[in-house]
Structures are given as structure tokens and as C-alpha cells.
Write a protein that binds this ligand. Structure first.
Ligand SMILES: [Zn+2]
Length: 529
């Protein structure tokens, strides 16, 4: 018996079978029913979300001899020949392999001839962003005045690479990532059809790993079934096949990190490597685990959002009590950076070890979130009555620097640290005297330059009174701002004041981590007052 991949076998043939793209299906069906079919469609979205599948269903429906309520009948000659892939009316082209102007010219020539059967010639161009500039130009002419019997469907994962001239001539449809629920439900439906026994938890894990792509979900499920033919597919088996790790391991790892036990953390990593688990997956899953902890901490009714057994949930709630949200955020930031770094690295293990040490030893880092982590550790020790020993090399900063005193000269901050200061500008404002703060509030943009200086830009159009910038630019004022920053990061910085009198806002060049997080709906509290 020949085996057919699930995603081919169960590729949706009608709109009803398409899952998770209701907004697109409804619009297209309405167009078909009211006979207002467009001549150029652009389907964009991540891989495996149904772009070419819907393109083919659309091609079949508009050519169907008796469409029923916006769906192809699947019985007529046109439906049958398109499904079998031998209709002259549906022309598929992969722009990744035919990106030259000649391929498009050929299409442009063919377009001149009406279809010999059926109503529409449908050209599906996949990965259309790969077309050369010449090819786009050749296509543009046809898109400007397409014959009434032609429909173009352009599909792409990278819509920003499509020239605006092409975009403006297409109806654009954005395909969503498909939710874990929708993927899991579809997988369950297909497993019922196939008569395969699967644990629900196993399917949810696969659906999560598919990361919004139905095709990936089906491929992963295929892999797992192939390993355990004739058996019930369990959660544990899925973890084994996909090289994933049980949450129990993450729970142990987190406890060691919280206690700063580097040796035990490295020991767990060793276990994982010995088991031959995939290290990228390990980092992603651990990040996801911490994200779940953060959700549990942030709200009481998050349990529905989290996909896990009640046992694991109880464990997770216990762990959530042990660690502060800010610290979790720092962990997640360190791991996200790690996840990027190890993707193509050959020494994945070393990079993960470094990250684990970073997580265990916040005193090795200088940035604000690490400082928060250190503060929290100290507070915990004080609460527990443990005598605090300052082991960190930069520990002299533990006494608050209220009055500027003569100190040893501090090392200069590196550019990355200056950037951190710029993105936590409000924390600096909280440290300076009120009269200086008043003027500093007039700063339009805080940024850094190539010399690693902290640049304060005052937007003061020519003719306006140049008060604030001039005030701040006095040596005694600059000294006080530098002292405030030194009190925070234990390094010194050079401040450069710039007056922007061009009348054009300097804001566009502003880089602020806070804005980034604000965009994600996360507010960062850095001002210790
Ligand atoms: Zn039909």
C-alpha cells in the first residue's frame, strides 16, 4: 500500500475544509456569489497557512459549471480536470525557480488567448517576491489591463518585497497564523478519519510546535505516526520523536537557576544532550515554559490559555510563586537572544552554557533588568535574615549615591551600555535634582553616536528661545547628570548636547527599548523611586 503524506491526502478541496482563514473565505465566497471576481489577488502570510490551497479552490470554483453557494460542485468536467491537475485553465508557476523576465513574457503572450473551455484562465504565481525587477515590470503591463477572462493570484511570504506598483493593482488578503486550537481540532478530525488513536495532549503539543502552520502540523503528525504505527500516539512518544523535553525537566532547571546553582544547571543540559534532544527546540520550549509562568503570574484566569495537564499546572503555579515577573522577563530576554544566536551556531552547547550562567549570576551583567534581578535577590536574603556578602566586583554601587562624592574614576561605559541608559532615560530623570530635571524634560531625543557618547537632542527651531539646551550644556550641569548615571550603572559616560534647529523633528531617529515593549503592551518599570 503506497503511503500518502497527510497534508497531501487531506488538502482541502472546498472552502468548507479550509480552517482558520474564515475572513478570507467569506470575502471570496461573497465575491463569487455576486459575480464580482477580481483580476488580481495577492495572498500573503507565513508558510503553511493555506495560500496556494485557497488559490486552487478559488480557481476551481470560478470555473465550475454549477457552483453551489460559492463552492465548487466537484462533479462537473471542469472541477474534475482541475482537481486532477490537467486543466489548461489553471497555470501554476513557482517564481522561486522561474524568476526571469522570459517566464513572465510567456505568460503575457498566453494571456492574449481566451480559454478554450471553462470561464477563467487562472495564473497562480507562488513566491512572487522572487521575481526579478524586469519580470515584475513585464507582469505590471498585464495587471494594468487584464482581459476579462484572466485572474492572477500572487502568493508570497514576504509582501514587503513586492513593488508598490504591483501591490496597488491587487486585492490583498493577509493569511493569519492558525491558532493551536484550530490546528489541534483539525488534526483530531483527521486522526478520527484515519482511525488512529492519539492522546489529546499529544496533538496539542504538535499543534503548538507547528507554530501557526497547518502544513507543518500535519508533517509533524506524520513523523510521529510513522514511528508508532498501530499504537496509540502518546504525549511521551511525541516528545521523543520531536526531540522535545518534558516540563518536569524545565521545572527542575528553573529551580536551580533561581537558586543560582550553575553546576546543577549544566548537569541538566548534559542530560539533555546525552538524550540526543534538539537544542534549538530545548531553548524555544524553555522560553515558552517561562512565558507560561509569566502568564500565570499576571492573571488568575490564564489556565484556559495554557495547554497543559492539571498536574503540570499545579507545579507551574507553585513555581510562579518563587520568581518575580521582572526576573522572568529578564530570563525570557536572555533566552530569546540565545535562541537567535544558536540558530546557526556550531557551538550551541557553549552558548547555552553561557546563557545559563548569565541567568544564574545576574551580578555578571550591568543592564537594568539584571540590576533588578540582583536587587530582588538581595531583598530576599535580607527578608530571610541571611547576612549579605557582596561578592560582585562592581559591588561598591550597593550604597545609594545620594550626594556626589569624590570617587575613584569609573571605567567608561561601552556603547551597548550607553544605549541601555538612553532607553531608560526616565530612570535618569528620577535621579537628578528637580531644577535639572525640569530642563532635561525638554530633551526631544536621547540616543547614542558612533563614539559611544550619550546624545541629548533638543528640538529648538531657529528663532525660538534656546533655553533648555543651553542650560543643560553647562559643565556643572553635565557633571551632575553624569554622576546620576554613574550611580546607576557604575560606569562613566560622555554626554553630548545637540540643538536641532532644523525644524524637522529628531524623533524619527529615536531608538527606545521602552517604546518597543510598550508596543507589545509591556510596561517596563525602571525608576526605583
Ligand atoms: Zn464543478
Amino acid at each position: 500500500m503506497s503511503y500518502m503524506a497527510l497534508y497531501r491526502k487531506f488538502r482541502p478541496q472546498t472552502f468548507d475544509d479550509v480552517k482558520g482563514q474564515d475572513h478570507i473565505v467569506t470575502t471570496l465566497q461573497n465575491q463569487i456569489k455576486s459575480d464580482r471576481i477580481g483580476h488580481a489577488y495577492l495572498f500573503t502570510g507565513t508558510r503553511g497557512t493555506g495560500k496556494t490551497t485557497i488559490a486552487k479552490i478559488l480557481a476551481r470554483t470560478i470555473n465550475c459549471e454549477n457552483p453551489q453557494d460559492g463552492c465548487p460542485c466537484m462533479e462537473c468536467a471542469m472541477c474534475k480536470s482541475i482537481t486532477a491537475g490537467n486543466s489548461m485553465n489553471v497555470i501554476e508557476m513557482d517564481a522561486a525557480s522561474n524568476n526571469g523576465v522570459d517566464s513572465i513574457r510567456q505568460i503575457v503572450e498566453e494571456v492574449a488567448y481566451p480559454p478554450t473551455e471553462g470561464k477563467y484562465k487562472v495564473y497562480i504565481i507562488d513566491e512572487v517576491h522572487m521575481l526579478s525587477t524586469g519580470a515584475f515590470n513585464a507582469l505590471l503591463k498585464t495587471l494594468e489591463e487584464p482581459p476579462s477572462y484572466v485572474v492572477f493570484i500572487l502568493a508570497t511570504t514576504e509582501v514587503h518585497k513586492i513593488p508598490i506598483t504591483i501591490l496597488s493593482r491587487c486585492q490583498r488578503y493577509d493569511f493569519h497564523r492558525i491558532s493551536i486550537d484550530t490546528i489541534a481540532a483539525r488534526l483530531q478530525e483527521l486522526m478520527d478519519k484515519e482511525g488512529v488513536q492519539v492522546e489529546e495532549k499529544a496533538l496539542r503539543y504538535i499543534a503548538k510546535a507547528a507554530d501557526g502552520s497547518m502544513r507543518d502540523g500535519l508533517s509533524l503528525l506524520d513523523q510521529c505516526i510513522a514511528f508508532y504505527i498501530g499504537q496509540t500516539l502518546t504525549y511521551d512518544n511525541v516528545l521523543k520523536v520531536l526531540g522535545a523535553i518534558d516540563t518536569e525537566v524545565f521545572s527542575r532547571l528553573l529551580r536551580h537557576i533561581i537558586n543560582g546553582e550553575i553546576t546543577q544547571c549544566i548537569g541538566i543540559l548534559e542530560e539533555i544532550i546525552t538524550q540526543g534532544r534538539d537544542l534549538n527546540q530545548f531553548v524555544n520550549d524553555f522560553t515558552w515554559y517561562l512565558r507560561n509562568l509569566m502568564l500565570i503570574k499576571s492573571s488568575d484566569d490564564m489556565e484556559d490559555v495554557l495547554e497543559m495537564s492539571s498536574d503540570n499546572l499545579a507545579l507551574l503555579k507553585e513555581e510562579a510563586q518563587m520568581v518575580d515577573t521582572e526576573i522572568l522577563m529578564r530570563y525570557i530576554q536572555v533566552l530569546s537572544a540565545l535562541s537567535n544566536d544558536i540558530k546557526y551556531a556550531s557551538q550551541k552547547r557553549v552558548l547555552i552554557e553561557i546563557a545559563l550562567i548569565k541567568l544564574c549570576k545576574p551580578q555578571m551583567e550591568q543592564d537594568i533588568s539584571a540590576l533588578n534581578n540582583r536587587m530582588a535577590n538581595l531583598e530576599k536574603k535580607v527578608e530571610e535574615g541571611v547576612p549579605v556578602v557582596m561578592a560582585a566586583p562592581q559591588a561598591q554601587g550597593a550604597t545609594p549615591s545620594a550626594a556626589p562624592v569624590k570617587k575613584e574614576p569609573l571605567p567608561a561605559a561601552v556603547k551597548e551600555e550607553v544605549k541601555q541608559v538612553a532607553s531608560n532615560w526616565n530612570a535618569v530623570l528620577g535621579k537628578v535634582a528637580p531644577n535639572i530635571k525640569m530642563y532635561l524634560k525638554e530633551v526631544t531625543t536621547v540616543t547614542t553616536n558612533d563614539l559611544g557618547e550619550l546624545v541629548l537632542i533638543f528640538d529648538q527651531p531657529a528663532g525660538s528661545e534656546r533655553m533648555a539646551g543651553d542650560f543643560v550644556n553647562r559643565p556643572e550641569v553635565l557633571d551632575e547628570i553624569v554622576a546620576a548615571i554613574e550611580g546607576m550603572i557604575h560606569k562613566t559616560v560622555t554626554i553630548k548636547v545637540e540643538i536641532n534647529s532644523s525644524g524637522v523633528s529628531s524623533q524619527n531617529t529615536k531608538t527606545d527599548v521602552r517604546d518597543y515593549f510598550a508596543g507589545l503592551g509591556i510596561e517596563i518599570e525602571t525608576d526605583p523611586e
